[in-house]
Design a protein around this ligand. Structure first.
Ligand code: COA
Length: 169
């Protein structure tokens, strides 16, 4: 697989690419991403209507015209937001989710959040390993894992900073 493409911020014009990316996820991956079974129609509804760019910053990476991975940072309260990630199956293991996590954390700082959260299913050890590697505090319950990162004054991203980002594509 070639190198990780640059991370960009997605906008309204990217809804078709977001839909196509999410439709490529298997039913198991959709469950990992959305915590429930979600049909093709459900994915279309999410991509066209539910995803709200006013409250959610969406980062993505393209290979050609295909959106191969994305991360949503959705405002939960005025001082906290929740992140969720998805990568095309054939693009995994190359560090793309790691780059998206960097972008999400940097954005969290820009938004002056006090807290960044991430939830995943308990058996999603890959997502948990990624969160922990960025210093998120992980808690497990029977079904879910919940991770959060506080941004104390003077917080510095522990890893190399994200490459310059381009608005839109
Ligand atoms: C979870 C997911 C986003 C990870 O994407 P990815 O691009 O493969 O992740 P990366 O290549 O950036 O790897 C990130 C980290 O995951 C961990 N990881 C990677 N492969 C792993 C494996 N097989 N087992 C455990 N941890 C693993 C490592 O910490 C890795 O960091 P490294 O650079 O030190 O190896 C991707 O598998 C996916 O889209 N899954 C389906 C949807 C989902 O689970 N979303 C999460 C809900 S928030």
């Amino acid at each position: 697989m070639s190198s990780t493409p640059p991370i960009v911020i997605l906008t309204e014009v990217d809804r078709p690419a977001i839909q196509a990316h999410l439709l490529r996820l298997s039913s198991d991956d959709r469950r990992l991403r959305f915590f429930c079974t979600i049909s093709d129609d459900g994915v279309r509804h999410y991509a066209s209507t539910i995803l709200d760019f006013k409250t959610t910053t969406v980062f993505g990476a393209f290979r050609g015209k295909d959106l191969i991975g994305m991360a949503c940072l959705a405002k939960a309260t005025s001082t906290s937001a929740e992140a969720a990630f998805s990568i095309d199956a054939n693009e995994r293991g190359t560090g793309l989710a790691r780059e998206l996590m960097r972008a999400v954390i940097r954005r969290g700082r820009e938004l002056k959040l006090q807290k960044l959260c991430m939830s995943c299913l308990r058996y999603n050890t890959k997502m948990q390993a990624l969160a922990v590697s960025f210093g998120l505090d992980l808690k497990l319950d029977f079904y879910e894992a919940y991770a959060e990162l506080g941004f104390p004054a003077g917080y510095k991203l522990q890893t190399a900073s994200v490459p310059a980002m381009t608005e839109g594509v």
